[in-house]
Design a protein around this ligand. Structure first.
Ligand code: F6P
Length: 405
């Protein structure tokens, strides 16, 4: 490989998501037009150090990848470059590792390295920048939880998968008169649950940003029954805390790794069955939200991110991250982009619209049907006999109404 040819490196780090290949393609095509060669490092930051592993990327071997899910370069959220274990944690990358990365970049004569990743991966890019390495960042995550950008690619695709799941759950829930709980990803942000819940006609949306309790969820279910709707769709974000503030986790996570969230959907489902004696089923959508082709929106966003990341390198705007601030593509220092979690605004337009439609967030602001008010001073651990009385009341009011017609 010539040591004088202008060259750009690119890597994909952290959890995969639809649109990574579209960024790679966008970067390769635009870099090639500008006279740069491109190399892609394999398995995220791991490919930068012993054993250094990369592939030359060009028009030929990136053809057709626009629509492919995953990443042709591979990715990992484990290994030697763990820079975070929690929301505010920071793990310093060792000097030895940084020096080894520098040697690789120098040997390949790289003008810049495009690091595509979420919060944790961009934290690593920031440490590279502070060490003097020529990096630019591209924000990626299905969680959409980076505050510097209006959207990350992968989010729209994940919402689309979750919405499709809700569409399917809707018909089976209605046929069997069941309560269906769909647990979606998103870590500590409720964006996926909120958007899919609205798009998929969810009746209850439980997200980390809005405190909730079982009483309100159960009353929403009963309220729907009172209107003759004997099924309910509940969407819950994996990172929503239980009413007592506890986070449901699958695995605490090894050193330098984030906890693996998950399990709240099953917990809610069991509680509903116990409290209401209604058939309830839970579906954990999991990694289906991360696989498959990107949506049109994500293809456009990812392609723009790829081309603009190359532009940043060409313009010498190192240490910057591309961000989408509609209608513009802008850039911010990576340092300003990391550690700033973007969460759903409980007073925001989407939540307001959902509430206006009668969607419950499991909190006291839930709008009830005109049939009956919420019982006063209801406790989270409601006695089920009260609930049966309530059901009877509701049935009575429905009967009274229909005989009045
Ligand atoms: O950050 C993306 C994400 O998919 C989260 O929504 C989820 O909590 C996590 O990654 C799952 O990670 P893993 O692939 O390690 O199970």
């Amino acid at each position: 490989m010539s040591t004088t040819q202008k060259r750009i490196g690119i890597l994909t780090s952290g959890g995969d998501c639809p649109g990574l290949n579209a960024v790679i393609r966008g970067a390769v095509k635009s870099a090639t037009q500008l006279g740069y060669d491109v190399v892609g490092f394999l398995r995220g930051y791991e490919g930068l150090v012993d054993p250094v592993s990369y592939v030359p990327l060009n028009y030929m071997n990136t053809a057709g990848i626009l629509t492919q899910g995953g990443t042709i370069l591979g990715s990992t959220n484990k290994g030697r470059f763990g820079a975070k274990s929690g929301v505010d944690d920071k793990v310093q990358i060792s000097e030895d590792l940084l020096r080894a990365v520098k040697v690789t970049l120098n040997q390949l004569n790289l003008s810049g390295l495009i690091c595509i990743g979420g919060d944790g991966s961009l934290e690593i890019a920031q440490q590279f920048h502070e060490y003097g390495l020529p990096v630019v960042g591209v924000p990626k995550t299905i969680d959409n939880d980076l505050s510097a950008t209006a959207y990350t690619f992968g989010f729209d695709s994940a919402v689309s998968s979750a919405t499709d799941a809700l569409d399917r759950l809707h018909t089976t829930a209605a046929s069997h008169e069941r309560i269906m709980v769909l647990e979606v990803m998103g870590r500590h942000a409720g964006w996926i649950a909120l958007h899919a819940g609205i798009a998929g006609g969810g009746d209850v949306i439980i997200i980390p940003e809005i405190g909730w309790n079982f009483d309100h969820v159960c009353h929403k279910i009963l309220d729907r029954e009172s209107q003759g709707k004997r099924f309910t769709l509940i969407v819950v974000a994996e990172g929503a805390e239980l009413p007592d503030g506890e986070l449901v986790v699958q695995h605490q996570g090894e050193e330098n790794q984030q906890v693996r969230l998950g399990g709240i959907g099953h917990y809610i489902s069991k509680q509903i069955e116990t409290r209401l004696h209604r058939e309830t089923r839970c579906v954990v959508l999991g990694h289906l939200q991360r696989g498959g082709p990107p949506t049109t929106f994500d293809r456009v966003l990812a392609t723009q991110f790829g081309a603009h990341a190359v532009r940043l390198i060409v313009e010498g705007k190192l240490g910057q991250m591309i961000c989408f601030r509609p209608p513009n593509m802008e850039n911010v220092p990576i340092s300003e982009a990391v550690n700033r979690l973007s969460q759903v605004d409980p007073q925001g337009a989407a939540v307001q619209a959902a509430r206006a439609l009668g969607i419950s967030f499991g909190d006291s602001s839930t709008r009830q049907s005109p049939f009956r008010p919420l019982p006063q001073n209801s406790q989270d651990s409601a006695d089920t006999s009260d609930i049966y009385d309530t059901i009877q009341d509701l049935a009575d009011s429905v009967t009274a109404l229909s005989s009045a017609e």
